[in-house]
Design a binder for this molecule. Sequence first.
Ligand code: DCP
Ligand code: MG
Length: 381
Amino acid sequence: MNILHCDLDAFYAAVEQRDNPHLQGQPVIIGGRPESRGVVATCSYEARKYGVHSAMPASQAYRLCPHGTFLPPDIKKYHSVSRQVFEIFTDYTPTIEPLSIDEAFLDISGCHKLFGSSQEVGILIRKRIKNEIGLNISIGIADNKFLAKLATNLCKPDGILLFDANMIQNTLPKLPVSSLWSVGSKTAWRLNRAGIYTAGDLANISPEKLQRIVGSNASFLIALAQGHDQRPVCPRSDAKSMGNEITFPIDLSDPAEIDQVILELSSQVGFRLRQSELKACTVHLKLRTPDFTTVTRSRTLGNAIDADLVIYNIASDLYRQSGLTGKPLRLTGINCSNLIPCDLEQPALFEKSSDRLDNIIDELKNSFAGAKISRASLMEK
Ligand code: DCP
Ligand code: MG
């Protein structure tokens, strides 16, 4: 039981509740303004009781929870909190695979002598994040990545759960197929249509039959349904590419709104690159139209990059040159490839002004908590 999956609870909303005590225990919704066409990034568990969730149009969230407090995201602040959280992880193991701004796998095989059992390490990490950062993190513990993440989902919010042999035998078979890694709503629908509803149903099916339904993913899915997952925790620099994408709840066509999504995705990918101490030489933009046609555009640079705004400028440029500006889109994604570790990169002759500004803004925000400091260009957008 050496794999920990750690995921902060209602991350953006929890940071705002921490920094504004009058919001504690209240429904807080982070994202677009209720009157805008924006979407919900996340919301506090108090707001989830009303049916509000991530990616829902903000106007719908307002109808469900009109008394909620709606706040715009303060991405820079969340990045700096996230860095503090990841720093705590590194006190326990170097084998950390960041999945997003608030989520990571930790392989803690080597740290039992120093810190005790996996459960004790989990308890310690939860306590430190609560005491030193003021946030709740849920932690799943298991023998492999799939079961650890499943455990986190089962114990959220503010929980810790060991997915042991007893749970593999008694709990896993009863879970719906949608709990399995890579089974989205479409695959779940196809499985259900074939009479396969639970992980238990999947665990006993012949690979040949399953292959006819899900294709080459069949043996991987059967292994997961039986509680097996061989994938190692891939620390930072093993990744070949890093990307994030968003499928919109309703198609978007307004170039300003798409640009805003590109900015958000750039900051997510930039964050992951910096967390992994990697830089990218190629930026890819992926656009999918309502008829599922996927268009990708990419640009390879002479230097390696990791700053949000540099990624954004390239991706936004690719969007404008894509021929799809103003056309409806159902998905937008950004992927960075040709990754190199930061310490292998040739040092730039002159520090780029955008990087320097990133650092200055981070420092100011850290020194004056709650202050509204941002780039004018971002504020205009
Ligand atoms: N996020 C976003 N847009 C989404 C999903 C998430 O901007 N469609 C942002 C806001 C979240 C953060 O990423 O706070 C982390 O995502 P999670 O999926 O971990 O969601 P939360 O941490 O908010 O809630 P949970 O307790 O379910 O983990
Ligand atoms: Mg989370």
